[in-house]
Design a protein around this ligand. Structure first.
Ligand code: NAD
Length: 394
C-alpha cells in the first residue's frame, strides 16, 4: 500500500510505519549523541508513552540511562489495508530498537483510566520488573470514563467566565482569522478537570504502591504548560489550566506520600510544541508557529526529545538537583519564556495576517513537524514505495 498524508482539520488520518520508525530513530540518535545520563532511572513506567512528551521520556530513559521501560498508551492498531495511529508504529519501532540494544521493553495498549489496564500493567511489573523507580504521567486525552462512577467526562478547551477572541491559524489552509470561543459551563470545567486533572495520576500511584510495585525512593512526574499572556484565556486561565492546577494539587499530595521513603512527585512545565494534543487547541498553533521562528533564529529551538533529554540530564539525574520554581515545578519552558523571546512574539503577534504568515512565522516548520508526527516528510523514506501498513506489536 502507498500511504500518503490525509489531513482532516487538525488531525492526519493516515500514518506511515517506516516514517514513524525513522522519527523514533532520530529521537534515539539525539539522546545517544548527548551521552549517558548518570544515576538515571533503571525501571520506568511511562503512562502515555507512544507519542509526544511521553515517547520522548521513554526514549530518554532507555537510551540515556539504559532503563527497562513499560509503556502504556491508547492507539488504534493497524489492520489489513488500514494504517494504525502513529503511536502504534512509534511503539513498535521503539520496542524493536530497545530490545536490539539489550533493553527490556513491554507495552500495554488500552485505556489507562480504567482499573483493568492499571491491573494489567501492575501484573507486567510484578512478573518482569518487580518494582519501578520512575513513573512518567504524560496522558493527553479528550475523554475519561471514570472507573468508579462509569461517567464519561469530556475535556474542552475553552475560556472561563467571558468569551475570548483572538487570532488563530488554520495550519492546513494558512488562513489567519479571529476566533471567538464561548466560555465553558461549570460542568465543562469540572469535566475537563476530571479528564486532565490529577485524580487518575493519584489512582495510578496508589495502585502501584498498594501492589508493592513502587520502589522506595521512586520519582513520579507529570507535565504541564503555562505559556505567555496571549494564550492564557484559552490555556492557563481556561479549562485546561484548571485541570493543570488540579495536577499540581495531586503533585503535592503524591510528594507528601512518597517523600518519607526518599521519593518525589513533581510537575515539569514543558515548552509549547507541535503534538497531536496541542494542534487541537485554538490560537496555540499560531503562537507555536511564531515561537518556532524566533527560537530557531536565536538558536534556542528544541523539540520533545531535546526537552526531555535536558530535563533528565540537567535536573532529574546526572548528579543534578531539581531546580524548582516557587510553586515547586521544574521548568524546561525557561527558554520559551525568556523575556527577549516573548518580547519578539508580542511585537509580531498583532502584525500577522494570512498574506504575511509565511514571512512572519515558521508556519512551514509547523507543518513539517505536524506531518512528522504521522511519519511523513522524514528524509530517507520513499513515500512512493509500497509499504505494509499492518504491523504487529513485537
Ligand atoms: P500526545 O497527544 O502526543 O500524547 C498523549 C499520549 O497519551 C499518547 O501516548 C496517547 O496514546 C496517550 N493516551 C491518551 N489517552 C489515553 C488513554 N485513555 N489511555 C492510555 N493512553 C492514552 O500529547 P503531549 O502533547 O505529549 O502531552 C502529554 C502531556 O504533556 C500532557 O499533560 C500535556 O498537557 C503536556 N504538555 C504538552 C505540551 C505541548 O505543547 N504539546 C506542552 C507542555 C506540556
Amino acid at each position: 500500500m502507498i500511504i500518503k498524508p490525509k489531513v482532516r482539520g487538525f488531525v492526519c488520518v493516515t500514518a506511515h510505519p517506516a516514517g514513524c520508525a525513522a522519527h523514533v530513530q532520530a529521537w534515539i540518535a539525539h539522546v545517544q549523541s548527548q551521552g549517558p545520563i548518570r544515576q538515571g532511572p533503571k525501571k520506568v513506567l511511562v503512562i502515555g508513552s507512544s507519542t509526544g512528551y511521553g515517547l520522548a521520556s521513554r526514549i530518554t530513559s532507555a537510551f540515556g540511562s539504559g532503563a527497562a521501560t513499560l509503556g502504556v498508551f491508547f492507539e488504534r492498531p493497524s489492520e489489513d489495508g488500514r494504517p494504525a495511529t502513529p503511536g502504534w508504529y512509534n511503539s513498535i519501532a521503539f520496542t524493536q530498537a530497545a530490545r536490539a540494544a539489550g533493553l527490556y521493553a513491554e507495552n500495554v495498549n488500552g485505556d489507562a483510566f480504567s482499573d483493568a489496564i492499571k491491573a494489567q500493567t501492575i501484573e507486567f511489573i510484578k512478573r518482569d520488573l518487580g518494582q519501578v523507580d520512575l513513573v512518567i504521567y504524560s496522558l493527553a486525552s479528550p475523554k475519561r470514563v471514570h472507573p468508579r462512577t462509569g461517567i464519561a467526562h469530556r475535556s474542552v478547551l475553552k475560556p472561563i467566565g467571558t468569551p475570548y477572541t483572538n487570532k488563530t491559524v488554520d495550519a492546513d489552509t494558512g488562513v489567519v482569522s479571529d476566533v471567538t470561543i464561548e466560555p465553558a459551563s461549570a460542568e465543562e470545567i469540572a469535566d475537563t478537570v476530571a479528564v486532565m486533572g490529577g485524580e487518575d495520576w493519584e489512582m495510578w500511584v496508589e495502585a502501584l504502591a498498594q501492589a508493592g510495585t513502587l520502589a522506595p525512593g521512586a520519582t513520579t512526574v507529570a507535565y504541564s504548560y503555562i505559556g505567555p499572556a496571549h494564550t492564557w484565556p484559552v490555556y492557563k486561565n481556561g479549562t485546561i489550566g484548571r485541570a493543570k492546577i488540579d495536577l499540581e494539587r495531586a503533585a503535592r499530595t503524591l510528594h507528601t506520600r512518597l517523600a518519607p521513603t526518599g521519593g518525589r512527585a513533581f510537575i515539569a512545565v514543558n515548552k509549547a510544541l507541535v503534538t497531536q494534543a496541542s494542534s487541537a487547541i485554538p490560537v496555540v498553533p499560531l503562537y507555536i508557529a511564531i515561537l518556532y521562528r524566533i527560537m530557531k533564529a536565536k538558536g534556542l529551538h528544541e523539540g520533545c526529545i531535546e526537552q526531555m533529554q535536558r530535563l533528565f540530564a540537567t535536573q532529574l539525574y546526572n548528579g543534578n538537583q531539581l531546580q524548582l520554581d516557587r510553586e515547586g515545578r521544574a521548568r524546561v519552558d525557561d527558554w520559551e519564556m525568556r523575556p527577549d523571546v516573548q518580547a519578539e512574539i508580542a511585537r509580531l503577534w498583532p502584525l500577522v495576517t494570512t498574506e504575511n504568515l509565511a514571512d512572519l512565522t515558521d508556519i512551514a516548520g509547523y507543518r513539517k513537524e505536524f506531518l512528522k508526527l504521522f511519519g511523513f516528510g522524514l528524509s530517507g523514506i520513499d513515500y512512493d514505495a509500497d509499504v505494509e501498513p499492518h504491523v504487529l506489536m513485537p
